[in-house]
Design a protein around this ligand. Structure first.
Ligand code: HEM
Length: 288
């Protein structure tokens, strides 16, 4: 559905909460408060904004508005034993997850992709050549994607260097031992694609090189040398959707436009829950 109306309010609220949650990871008091409703007025307001938008979407759909989509499916679900549907609160949690996990990550993946393309004109040139050869002047469709391997490899390589979800964590339920390290029950274990994706054993040397992701070269690496979408039972549910969307956006925009970094602008990392360029990424847009 089109959420163009409240997009600015939504974006501001997401930024506030993204900063608030990541600040919690940095402080012992924050960790104790994690998972509770925010105490500070700014984040509290931001959460209310998100709730208003999400409950609004659910209300509209319950009243029969909008099309048939994932939310319709969630609304139609019935518990096998009790026959009951999901409560508004359960729906709100699902919709909130999909809304936030589905936008913030792909947007950051694309932002870093433009940044890398601007800094590597040879890669961008090869992209334009592929798009020109396969699409000519028409816009891309999903059926074109298998014939745009360089477009896809650029996104793979951009998410290697700048994984939007730059760390994931788990809390150990029981005592364990991993690779000789003792993990006491209750400890938090963090895994960082940012770190693993730059491990010199798997990724030498540290440059932007999409050709690392040809099927032949990808097959030489261990499965978890690259995990921008996590893995195991909690593997990102939207990974195929995200890659399709990112490839389509990149192909559509790059066929028609060049994006150059403003002279002297250095992108700075803002590692929140997601990995953002601090202050955004001011670029100049020219016709290709
Ligand atoms: C480039 C884009 C994306 C990246 C890098 C990404 C990354 C991730 C990662 C690393 C996880 C695992 C978190 C963990 O193990 O703790 C995850 C989970 C998840 N993602 Fe994504 N994601 C992306 C796009 C999307 C999209 C488009 C959607 C929805 C439409 C989505 C929905 C979810 C959901 C619902 C989960 C939780 C799955 C579960 O716990 O069973 N993601 N994502």
């Amino acid at each position: 559905m089109d959420i163009g109306g409240p997009a600015d309010a939504l974006s501001e609220a997401v930024t506030t909460l993204n900063r608030y949650i990541s600040a919690q990871f940095d402080s012992p008091i924050g960790l104790l408060l994690a998972g509770r409703p925010p105490l500070r007025p700014g984040p509290r307001r931001a959460l209310r904004t998100l709730d208003d938008i999400v409950f609004g979407i659910i209300r509209t759909r319950r009243a029969g508005g909008g099309g048939y989509d994932l939310l319709t499916t969630l609304l139609e679900l019935r518990d096998e034993e009790t026959g009951e549907g999901m409560t508004d609160r359960q729906l709100r949690d699902e919709v909130m997850t999909l809304l936030l996990a589905g936008h913030e990550t792909t947007a950051n993946a694309l932002a870093w992709t433009w940044y890398l393309l601007a800094r590597h004109p040879d890669v961008a040139e090869k992209l334009r050549a592929e798009l020109g050869a396969v699409l000519g002047t028409r816009p891309p469709g999903v059926d074109d994607l298998p014939r745009l391997p360089w477009t896809r490899m650029i996104i793979d390589e951009a998410m290697r260097l700048y994984p939007p979800a730059w760390f994931v964590s788990r809390r150990a339920r029981e005592d364990d031992e991993i690779g000789g390290y003792r993990i006491p029950a209750g400890s938090n274990v963090a895994l960082s694609p940012w770190v693993t994706h730059r491990h010199p054993a798997f990724w030498p040397p540290e440059t932007f090189d999409p050709a690392r992701f040809t099927p032949e070269r990808a097959a030489t690496r261990p499965r978890f040398a690259y995990f921008p979408f996590g893995g195991g039972p909690r593997l990102c549910i939207g990974n195929t959707f995200a890659l399709t969307e990112a490839q389509l956006v990149l192909a559509t925009v790059a066929s028609r436009w060049r994006l150059d970094l403003l002279p002297g602008h250095e992108a700075e990392l803002e590692p929140l829950v997601t990995l953002r360029p601090r202050g955004g990424l001011p670029m100049r847009v020219r016709r290709a």
